[in-house]
Design a protein around this ligand. Structure first.
Ligand code: ADP
Ligand code: MG
Length: 606
């Protein structure tokens, strides 16, 4: 039932010293054991000798337990027969595939999971021909193999399709109870790596492996359902059910509003930071999309004085005047692809989660925040009822209060726009864009209080986890920066100089053959290029030198937080600068001399 792995070699944020190594893993019986590569694998929690959790599973299970208790209290107001509330998760795993041989020829992909350089290819996703096109046959063979392996392990894989960017794809299962769904996601990710190799592919889970095209996320479709089959975020067929729906939506709004900074911190890391706020991904601001139908219901609720006045229209239909096409049913929400947290009919879709993430991080924060909110709600409603108030009137009054207080989180407009960033700041939402600073949301007094009250994480655990997050951030950027420096100095500059000397040789010969002004005319463009190559090479050299110096300075900083901030503020900008000059050189240098596979080669494998 339990084992004793080493807890000090595991990132633990100072909870364990190297000389006090004991830690325990214990069987999580709610997630089935499985056999992989002739090995019996048992899902476990991992805690230290001193009782703190070192893993994601322990706090995830605690958060599921607390949201179960709190949501059951509130669900009982409407349906006294409810005994438990289950949290459901349906993740959508996006990924890229790259040919194995080309992958091996890109040290940046091998070491960091993303390309640190590479000029945009002339054609990328402009024509949407990959998204809407057929699945490439090599990829289809991989998908079939993957689905078969997934089903063998009990992972209910269902949907496989092309995604927006060339060579980008998605796999999604049928949703399951959140703890099991997350274990299945982690298992599937490792399965994908195995199966991809059989097809001479490498799978990229990095959120932004290629600049200039779509990044990869892992949308978390999240809902709460009761043990007797009621989906709590699903509008119902009568007043009573709709009142329950509105109550739960208002509580989620309040929780997401109060903890929007924390929710963002729960999904940010060095890799997802490249995706958030970039043009095609959710912005680095958490807001909530509700859609016109639900928005107008909530507006109505704010104005009514009794629940008998709350009405929700049935689904509308569209009829196309084509005899063989049936009537189409319209969903009660449109889609807003720019929203990081969107209502989608009977669930919320948390889209800011990154493709490489362990979903537990987002779910721990979300479930704990919602549990705390539902508990507060149940407390005030019960107190009002104890004073003799009618339960329905008490619930309605409190729902109206929540709706009024948490309006700022509701945004149905275009999340990519510049105006939204300013508007969000005016509304008091968290608009921080630096990952190391976002982690401060975890240690805010209201966050710690919320986590301790729900029993999900202790202050000590939160502080230790933040240490690990800062340390990981620093290490990731440090590795990228080193790889970029090496590639620039050992691959790119020698290639550029070799090409430059070919040009110089050519100019020299022209001067000998033609002489005078004719020679100058013939070699004028070569001379411009020779100079430009020198300029770029110089810029790269000094950029790398300055970046190394900035790293040396940052490495002397003792505090993990300050060090991560220094890496973000002082080292990342050099990486962008250096890349800019390398990408310019890529366009100039002879293709035969260029040492790395280019985007057009990496992205268009069929
Ligand atoms: P999209 O159209 O957004 O790409 P997908 O079909 O790829 O959607 O994925 C939707 C995911 O949401 C699936 O995993 C599906 O099982 C899951 N899902 C559907 N209903 C619920 C629900 N009520 N709660 C949680 N997940 C759900
Ligand atoms: Mg999908």
């Amino acid at each position: 039932m339990q084992q004793e792995p080493d807890a000090s070699s595991f990132p633990n944020g100072g909870i364990r010293n190297t000389f006090e190594a004991r830690g325990y893993s214990a069987w999580d019986i709610s997630s089935p054991a499985f056999i992989l590569d002739h090995t019996l694998c048992i899902p476990t929690v991992f805690v230290s000798y001193t009782g703190e959790s070192l893993d994601y599973k322990t706090p995830l299970l605690r958060s599921l337990n607390s949201v179960d208790k709190a949501a059951t209290r509130v669900a009982k107001f409407f349906n006294p027969e409810v005994n438990h509330v289950i949290c459901n998760l349906g993740w959508e795993q996006e990924y890229f595939l790259v040919d194995e041989a080309l992958y091996a020829a890109r040290p940046d992909l091998v070491m960091t999971g993303r390309t640190l350089m590479g000029h945009e290819s002339a054609k990328n996703q402009q024509l949407e021909d990959h998204y809407f096109g057929a699945i490439p046959s090599r990829v289809e063979a991989f998908m079939v193999d993957l689905e078969t392996e997934a089903h063998r392990l009990g992972i209910p894989a269902k949907t496989c399709h092309n995604e927006v960017a060339p060579n980008q794809f998605e796999i999604a299962p049928i949703y399951e109870e959140a703890n099991l769904a997350n274990d299945h996601n982690l298992l599937l990710m490792s399965l994908m790596e195995e199966v991809a190799k059989r097809h001479n592919f490498r799978v990229l889970f990095h959120e932004k492996p290629f600049a200039g095209i779509n990044g990869s996320g892992k949308h978390n479709n999240w809902s709460l359902g009761t043990d007797n089959g009621i989906l709590l975020f699903s509008p119902g067929k009568n007043q009573h059910d709709n009142f329950r729906f509105v109550t739960f939506v208002a509580n989620v709004m309040a929780a997401v509003f109060k903890h929007n900074g924390l929710l963002k911190a729960s999904i940010i890391n060095a890799t997802n930071a490249h995706r958030l706020g970039a043009n095609e991904a959710p912005p680095a601001i958490i807001s909530m999309f509700l859609g016109s139908a639900v928005s107008s219901i909530l507006d109505m609720v704010e104005k009514v004085d009794s629940i008998s006045k709350i009405s929700i229209d049935g689904k509308e239909k569209i009829t196309l005047d084509i005899a063989q096409i049936p009537e189409l049913t319209l969903d009660n929400t449109d889609r807003n692809r720019t929203s990081p947290f969107a209502f989608t009919g009977n669930r919320f879709e948390y889209r800011a989660v990154g493709s490489s993430a362990n979903n537990a991080s987002a779910l721990i924060a979300l479930n704990a925040a919602v549990a705390a909110q539902l508990d507060d709600f149940a407390n005030v409603v019960e107190a009002r009822v104890a004073k003799g108030e009618d339960p329905e009137a008490a619930i309605l009054a409190e729902v109206k209060k929540l709706l009024a207080e948490s309006k700022a989180i509701h945004f149905d407009g275009n999340g990519y726009s510049e105006e939204w960033k300013q508007e969000a700041a005016r509304r008091g939402l968290d608009v921080e864009t630096s990952a190391p600073l976002m982690y401060d949301s975890y240690t805010r007094p209201d966050t710690i209080e919320m986590f301790e009250k729900t029993g999900v994480l202790s202050r000590k655990e939160i502080e230790a986890r933040n240490e690990v997050k800062w340390e990981m951030y620093t290490k990731k950027i440090q590795i990228e920066s080193r790889v970029l420096g090496d590639l620039a100095i050992n691959h790119i500059i020698p290639a550029a100089v070799r090409y430059q000397s070919l040009l110089l040789d050519n100019v020299f010969k022209i001067q000998q053959l033609f002489k005078g002004s004719k020679a100058d005319t013939i070699s004028s463009q070569d001379l411009v290029n020779i100079e430009a190559i020198s300029d770029h090479v110089q810029a790269i050299k000094s950029g790398v030198e300055n970046m190394i110096n900035a790293r040396k300075q940052a490495n002397r900083i003792k505090s993990e937080r300050e060090k991560a901030i220094a890496y973000h503020d002082n080292i990342c900008p050099f990486m962008d600068q250096i890349r800019y000059h390398i990408d310019k050189l890529e366009l100039m240098v002879d293709n035969e001399i260029w040492p790395l596979p280019k985007y057009r080669e990496l992205l268009f494998i069929r």
